[in-house]
Design a protein around this ligand. Structure first.
Ligand SMILES: Nc1ncnc2c1ncn2[C@@H]1O[C@H](COP(=O)(O)OP(=O)(O)OP(=O)(O)O)[C@@H](O)[C@H]1O
Length: 253
């Protein structure tokens, strides 16, 4: 589904990612972990087209997507959420999700301007689709309230809902469990499983919560100073000498 081939990213003298290669299989739940500054976010930014790699290639569904613009990448079927929740606080939950459809809107500016029937038809379809997504995530009862009024866990779900609105095959979640209480983390794990089982999504996520990683990830890759130091099953990661030395020794597991 996703192939990262010898990707390197340099910012001036800083090598954020060095020669990283891995692949994510369809419907896999794959975790990216590592200490702060290891290069995880940089990798997400390369995959989603925020900036191109210095060298190397990114393939999605057997096509090269290296260096494509973010909207092109969304169209191909990759969507993301952010480490710091980026919702529009003055908008309702439903409106936040409707924004996700922006890439798929099929009327042109002229039609929108004069609000011809096609515009209304599309809006109606999108509203129905957005409500279906909110229902799937169990937050449809909040559709009309302000996004900022929601609990932290539910705001994260709205972010996921907005990403789902672009109809991605691959969902990138940047620290989805950060700041969540144990109940919210448990719910999030169930949501991720449901996304795979029912919606057939492939999930790549960055996370520091090792319990969460062990619970949901099929495979995990550990980065340290931009280099891969481990790739394999979460249980094996927990026993890996190099990972313990570079990362696990410093965090609560
Ligand atoms: N736009 C940028 N310009 C310059 N340096 C950058 C930029 N983005 C990242 N870096 C550097 O690249 C390295 C990797 O950073 P990155 O944010 O990818 O790490 P991370 O693993 O996501 O860390 P965290 O867990 O704290 O989010 C760091 O040294 C960082 O300072």
């Amino acid at each position: 589904m996703l192939k990262i081939d010898k990707v390197t990213k340099q910012f001036g003298g800083v090598v954020a990612i060095k020669d990283v290669t891995f692949h994510v299989k369809p419907m896999e739940i794959f975790a990216l972990v590592g200490p702060n500054g290891a290069g995880k976010t940089t990798l997400f930014n390369i995959i989603t087209g925020a900036f191109p790699p210095t060298s190397g290639h990114v393939y999605f569904k057997d096509e090269e997507i290296t260096g494509l613009k973010p909207n092109e990448i969304v169209k191909r079927g990759i969507a993301r959420t952010f480490q710091n929740i980026r919702l529009f606080n003055s908008m309702s939950v439903l409106e936040n999700v409707l924004i996700g459809f922006h890439n798929h809107i099929e009327y042109n500016f002229f039609e929108a301007l004069f609000r011809v029937p096609k515009f209304f038809k599309e809006e109606k379809i999108h509203k129905e689709m957005a409500m279906e997504i909110l229902k799937f995530l169990g937050i449809d009862e909040y559709a009309d309230i302000n996004a900022k009024a929601l609990s932290y866990g539910n705001q994260r779900k709205v972010e996921i809902a907005r990403a789902l609105a672009t109809e991605p095959d691959l969902l990138l979640l940047d620290e989805p469990a950060a700041g969540m209480n144990p109940k919210e983390t448990e719910e999030l794990a169930n949501t991720v499983f449901k996304l795979r089982e029912i919606k057939e999504k492939t999930i790549l996520f960055i996370e520091h919560d090792m319990k969460f990683v062990q619970k949901i990830a099929d495979r995990v890759m550990v980065l340290d100073y931009g280099k891969t130091i481990f790739e394999g099953k979460p249980a094996d990661m927990m026993k890996d000498e190099q990972v313990i030395k570079a990362y696990l020794g410093d965090i609560e597991v």
